[in-house]
Write a protein that binds this ligand. Structure first.
Ligand code: NAD
Length: 734
């Protein structure tokens, strides 16, 4: 394997160029480290080498460490994984420290060889940690390049010296957005913030780095932290200003993460403790905290769901084997909130759109929605006026169904009424070509029933978007009983074109995402009726990593929608309807006219500008708070199990066919505690045996809805988890 090339030029500069074969961007592997280490040794040992430039043969430097390796690091670390991980991390530190010290005398700091990093473009994660160990960083003036340490976003932190070096280089305050938020900068901003040293024209990159290497003196290559009298910029923790920074950072991290993301806490500890000791000890502390994070299943679960499996689904892991079904022209029926959002994302992805509504002004309003999103983009400098014109020119708002001629996909988003939907289906099919696929965006009506209005039910499918369409990343694709493979492939290819993440599920009431989120909301409302303090319900949810408490979520989606769904479900289920207690709360709120955020009044109070204030006092007048309150964990478990058990039932019923989809959708679709890696990963994390035991207790206390599904019991009996049993398997379509 050769991930790096080595070349010694006539002036005595060794150029180590990173160039991983068959990849558009370099990523670091175990073998890559060994190779880099060997080349650094060679350069340092060769008397003919005066200095070194580490660069890349591609137009970027590197995208980071291979995430597949990080996800498996614990499993691959041997019988004593903590020890194995720590030793492995220390080996990486040793390689980078060797670059940093470059053969200089440990006492006099003299005699080292200058080593520069030359970054042609993007440099992320380990792709920045290596340059940070070099003596000078040159970046090409490439405004598209992104430079930074995004590890925190995958549930880990920069653990190859990046944490220690960036905080010592910039000080804790300036390092905070880079480390804690994973903020990425273009080369010029990276220079002004002190991360890179020089930004030069791309065609002068290598020459500039070489020239510096040949002119650098002993003093130029000694890092500040290896010099006598080094002081931590902005003050170490016991310095008066440093103290303020660290206290503030600690409060901020806990406020933002509610303490559920182990990486943020560990990162802060590594910086704080590292700042109190000499550099090499700080690296050891960083390695200990990094080991701690990698030992926590949260990091590997997050990487598995949010990167590896999300990407696999986007690349078509569950796509039937039929030819490319890319959408050329899209027809949208209904230009309301959803139709307008879908028109924007499609046009933005380069697709021609015919946007149809019953009235011309409604169709125009749909197009105006796209315009307002683009205008916001312009004011944030993310969109150019030319791009806006180009995107808008692709949307034709009209009432004329003839505009559907030539459409190869229709997405229907008219009122949630089977009659209206049947009418527009027939009208559209009369115009469409034989191969066109018809999709409905319904959120509650069974696809198989709606398909009855179609002349070609095998070409009829559900494509369920979430609101707001331009922001939500998940799209649920629903197969009706007769939906064929081409329709599934078409839906998947469309979702890929608009750069969202798809899951494919079978048809059943509420499909998958809404089926799981409704019990979460209902559990919160049940607790209100039981007399649990509303603030306890909301805070318990947020403290376990849910983005919104169940009451706030109900306000956002609206009380009347909740009441409408409750009525329809009650009508469909008859005596088996289990949520009468919930309805007491939701119907009472509806009667009070407190319809949620849109009415400026709901479970929360809002000011005239619509800004959310505290919880509404009137709620506890109607549903008085009980004298005895449950403990926090009990509330949290009720809220999490309500969602997770429904996901297991969806899997048992064959609605969900792939556990990866169950997890990815739970995070992207409704924000299920992302630190856990998703609903099923959470059950694996706590263990099926513990989950079953808790379910038995909760069933006794609160009722049958907490009964452990048979599949969970079986896993508990066998000492297995969902990923032990089902990873990579796809259940047959029901
Ligand atoms: P909406 O009321 O905002 O929009 C519906 C639009 O359809 C209106 O502009 C209306 O004029 C138009 N329309 C009605 N009858 C028509 C006809 N015969 N021909 C052409 N146009 C017609 O509703 P919405 O919130 O955009 O929801 C649309 C669909 O999407 C529903 O099926 C809904 O269940 C589903 N959905 C909604 C959400 C959500 O959060 N609102 C989320 C997912 C799915």
């Amino acid at each position: 394997m050769t991930d790096f090339t080595y070349e010694l030029d006539a002036d005595g500069v060794a150029v180590i160029a990173w160039d991983v074969k068959n990849k558009s961007m370099n990523v670091m592997s175990r073998e890559g480290f060994v190779e880099l280490d060997g080349m650094v040794d060679k350069a340092l040992a060769d008397e003919a080498v005066k200095g070194v430039v580490i660069t890349s043969a591609k137009d970027s430097f590197a995208g980071g460490m291979d995430l597949n390796i990080i996800a498996r690091m614990k499993e691959d670390a041997g019988d004593d994984p903590a020890r194995g991980l720590f030793d492995g991390i220390m080996q990486i530190h040793a390689i980078l420290r060797k670059i940093e010290r470059a053969g200089m005398d440990p006492k006099t700091n003299k005699g080292g060889k200058p080593i520069a990093a030359a970054l042609p473009g993007t440099a992320l994660g380990i792709g920045l940690e290596i340059p940070l160990s070099c003596h000078r960083i040159f970046a090409a003036d490439n405004p598209k390049a992104k430079i930074g340490l995004p590890e925190i976003k995958v549930g880990i932190f920069p653990g190859a010296g990046g944490t220690t070096r960036i905080s010592r280089k910039l000080g804790a305050m300036a390092a905070a957005p880079i480390l804690l938020e994973g903020k990425l900068l273009d080369p010029k901003k990276a220079k002004s913030s002190g991360i890179v040293d020089e930004v030069v024209p791309a065609d002068e990159l290598l020459a500039s780095a070489k020239a510096w290497v040949l002119s650098a003196k002993d003093a130029d290559i000694v890092k500040p932290w290896d010099q006598k009298g080094y002081k931590f910029p902005g003050g170490a923790p016991y310095h008066p200003t440093g103290f303020m920074t660290f206290v503030g950072a600690s409060a901020m991290v806990n406020g933002n993460t509610k303490g559920v993301y182990p990486a943020a806490k560990a990162l802060l500890s590594a910086v704080y403790e590292g700042a109190l000791v000499p550099f090499d000890t700080a690296l050891k502390i960083e390695a200990r905290w990094f080991t701690n994070v990698l030992m926590n299943p949260s990091s590997s679960n997050m990487i598995r769901s949010l990167f590896i499996n999300k990407e696999a689904l986007e690349k078509g892991a569950n796509r039937p084997d039929v030819p490319d079904q890319k959408v050329r022209k899209l027809g949208i029926l209904g230009a309301g909130m959803m139709g307008a959002g879908i028109a924007y994302v499609a046009a933005n992805a380069g697709i021609e759109v015919a946007l149809i509504d019953a009235k011309q002004d409604a169709a125009d309003k749909g197009k105006a929605h796209a315009e307002s999103i683009l205008d916001k983009g312009i004011s944030r400098k993310k969109v150019t006026p030319e791009k806006k014109d180009e995107v808008l020119s692709r949307i034709l708002p009209t009432t004329d169904y003839d505009a559907l001629k030539g459409c190869d996909l229709i997405v229907e988003a008219v009122f949630e009424d089977p009659k209206v939907k049947a009418e527009v289906t027939a009208k559209a099919e009369a115009i469409l070509g034989d191969d066109a696929i018809f999709a409905t965006n319904t959120s509650t009506l069974p696809i198989t029933d709606l398909a009855k209005a179609s002349k070609r039910p095998e070409q009829f499918i559900g494509i369920h978007f979430f609101s707001p369409v331009d922001k939500m990343l998940l799209v649920e694709i629903i197969k009706g009983k007769q939906t064929g493979d081409v329709a599934v492939a078409k839906a998947l290819d469309f979702v890929r074109q608009i750069r969202k993440t798809p899951i494919v599920v079978n048809d059943a009431r509420f499909f998958y995402a809404n089926r799981c989120i409704i019990p979460y909301i209902n559990e919160g409302l049940r607790m209100v009726r039981e007399g649990v303090t509303p603030a306890l319900i909301e805070n318990a949810a947020k403290m376990v990593g849910m983005p919104l408490g169940p009451l706030q979520l109900t306000d956002e989606t609206s009380i009347d929608l909740g009441a409408k769904i409750a009525r329809a479900t009650r009508a469909a289920m008859g005596d088996a309807y289990p949520d009468g207690e919930v309805d007491e709360v939701i119907f009472w709120m509806e009667e009070q006219g407190r319809l949620g955020r849109k009415a400026n009044a709901g479970f929360y109070a809002y000011d005239e500008k619509g800004k959310r204030q505290g919880l509404w006092d009137g709620l506890i007048d109607q549903f008085p708070v009980a004298d005895e309150q449950p403990d926090l964990q009990e509330v949290q478990q009720r809220l999490l199990f309500a969602q997770a058990l429904e996901a297991v039932r969806a899997l048992e019923d064959g609605v969900l066919m792939d556990i990866r989809e169950g997890d990815v959708a739970s995070i992207l679709g409704w924000g299920f505690a992302p630190w856990s890696g998703g609903v099923l990963s959470w059950l694996d994390m706590v263990g099926a045996a513990w989950a079953v035991e808790r379910c038995d207790t909760l069933t006794e206390a609160y009722g049958k809805r907490f009964e452990a599904p048979a599949l969970l019991r079986e896993l508990a009996e066998n000492g297995e988890g969902f990923y032990d049993r089902l990873d990579g398997q796809r259940a047959d379509a029901a």
